[in-house]
Design a protein around this ligand. Structure first.
Ligand SMILES: [Zn+2]
Length: 278
């Protein structure tokens, strides 16, 4: 067993153990701080960026304050080691290394690969971290019960929130994000191969759709669906939907209770909406 693995095997004592590790993750608190200067998000500093992201999430989007930590791994190898340790209760944790960053409900953390993040633009890095922080907010709304909501709604809201964050921080406009989502979805919509929302409820269904039409189209459609859902039902209804997972994992019941209709009814309205915009 290497030193690094010994360290990770004592994740609960991470703060103590990491001090003695050869390879460590930079740990950045994801706490909300009032009166954060939002322009600081443009400075290439993750500590300042996460404060600015939290500011928009709490003050503008009315999402819960997080008491979580951002683990930024300096290399791909460190990231893979971290995933295997932090996500060891999930299937194939090492296989998730293709994601630039990932939110863990069980660990209440965001894990990220700094080496690969460095290859994308700073605004895209901020959006990537914001997406994962919105996932943590979804889990926090449900008191960290870690039940899985409809996958398209969980991912679509993280996309929606991330673009709202970068818009408010002056880094990427929301309109540009929505337009990009439309472009990514349009050809599959025209070909009739865009997976329907009622076939995107579980992680297995979501991953099958990614293999079928690609990540961009699946994420793009989900952002458009959440945008339409919020336009029709309001943001508080979406927050209510996630909060209902405090009591049970009955996602269909929660959808009907929060939005006053079932997924099939929403799917029909969303289909007509897509027809008008794509
Ligand atoms: Zn996500």
């Amino acid at each position: 067993m290497t030193n690094a693995l010994q360290c990770w095997s004592f994740a609960g004592l991470a703060i103590v153990m990491l001090a003695g590790c050869a390879t460590t993750a930079q740990q950045i608190p994801l706490a909300y701080a009032p009166e954060t200067a939002r322009p600081s998000a443009g400075v290439h500093d993750y500590g300042m960026a996460v404060k600015a992201i939290a500011s928009v999430m709490v003050e503008d989007l009315r999402l819960p304050r997080l008491e979580s930590v951002f683990y930024l791994y300096p290399s791909g190898a460190d990231y893979t080691t971290g995933l295997k340790s932090e996500l060891r209760d999930r299937p194939d944790p090492g296989g998730r290394e293709q994601a630039l960053a990932i939110a863990s409900c069980d660990r209440r953390k965001v894990l990220a690969n700094a080496e690969r993040l460095a290859r994308i633009s700073w605004p895209d890095r901020v959006r990537t971290v914001a997406h994962e922080m919105v996932h943590l907010a979804e889990f926090a709304l449900a008191d960290w019960r870690c039940a899985t909501p409809h996958y398209w709604l969980m991912e679509g809201f993280a996309q929606w929130g991330a673009y709202k964050v970068t818009d408010r921080l002056g880094l990427h406009t929301y309109a540009a994000g929505a337009a990009l989502s439309s472009r990514h979805s349009a050809s599959f919509y025209s070909a009739g191969t865009l997976p329907p929302l009622d076939g995107l409820a579980t992680e297995a269904e979501w991953e099958a759709a990614e293999r079928s039409v690609g990540k961009e189209a699946v994420y793009g459609q989900s952002l458009l669906a959440v945008d339409f859902l919020i336009e029709r039902k309001g943001l508080p209804a979406v927050l209510d939907y996630f909060a209902r997972f405090r009591d049970s994992a009955a996602r269909s019941d929660h959808f009907s209770a929060a939005f006053g209709e079932d997924v099939d009814a929403f799917q029909a309205e969303f289909g007509a909406h897509l027809k008008s915009i794509l």
